[in-house]
Design a protein around this ligand. Structure first.
Ligand SMILES: [Zn+2]
Length: 159
């Protein structure tokens, strides 16, 4: 039985007047991430890690930013699409690890709610998903509070 590893990365600008979606839940914060969809950088990183592990095309192939139908689409629906693609390709998820890089808000108080939501969407145990929060130590655009980025790695197993 073969295992396949995948990596994903995403970054979105913070913007006033947008809700902040991260890890499939809405966080209380004065700004939100800007983008065509709900701009959930963590879910987008996980989606690309899942698709990449199965050598499938990236998120932009399934959800082109130019498509008006995806305006403000929930990234949870995009994650479910990625799950369905890797399932059809003959894989199941062993585990997901991830990092959210944000100067604010703090990720730790929301970690378990995000893990529970992602576990539910991916139909895996909560113990198979982890999320760490990091700041950028005040450096660069993330450090200035202008953006939030996320990285994810996943391991798939052949069914
Ligand atoms: Zn994104």
């Amino acid at each position: 039985m073969s295992s396949r590893i995948g990596i994903g990365y995403d970054i979105h600008r913070l913007k006033k007047g947008r809700p902040l979606w991260l890890g499939g839940i809405q966080l209380p914060f004065e700004q939100g991430l800007d983008g065509h969809s709900d701009a959930d950088a963590l879910l987008h990183a996980i989606i690309d890690a899942l698709l990449g592990a199965a050598a499938l095309p990236d998120i932009g192939h399934y959800f082109p930013p130019s498509d008006p139908k995806i305006k403000n689409i929930a990234s949870s629906l995009m994650l479910e699409k990625a799950l369905s693609e890797i399932t059809q390709a003959g894989y199941h998820i062993s585990n997901v690890d991830s990092v959210v890089i944000a100067e604010a808000p703090k990720i730790a108080p929301h970690r378990d709610a995000m893990r529970a939501k992602i576990a539910q969407l991916l139909k895996i145990p909560v113990s198979s998903i982890q999320i760490k929060g990091k700041t950028n130590e005040g450096l660069d655009a993330i450090g200035r509070g202008e953006a939030i980025a996320a990285e994810a790695v996943v391991l798939l197993e052949e069914k």
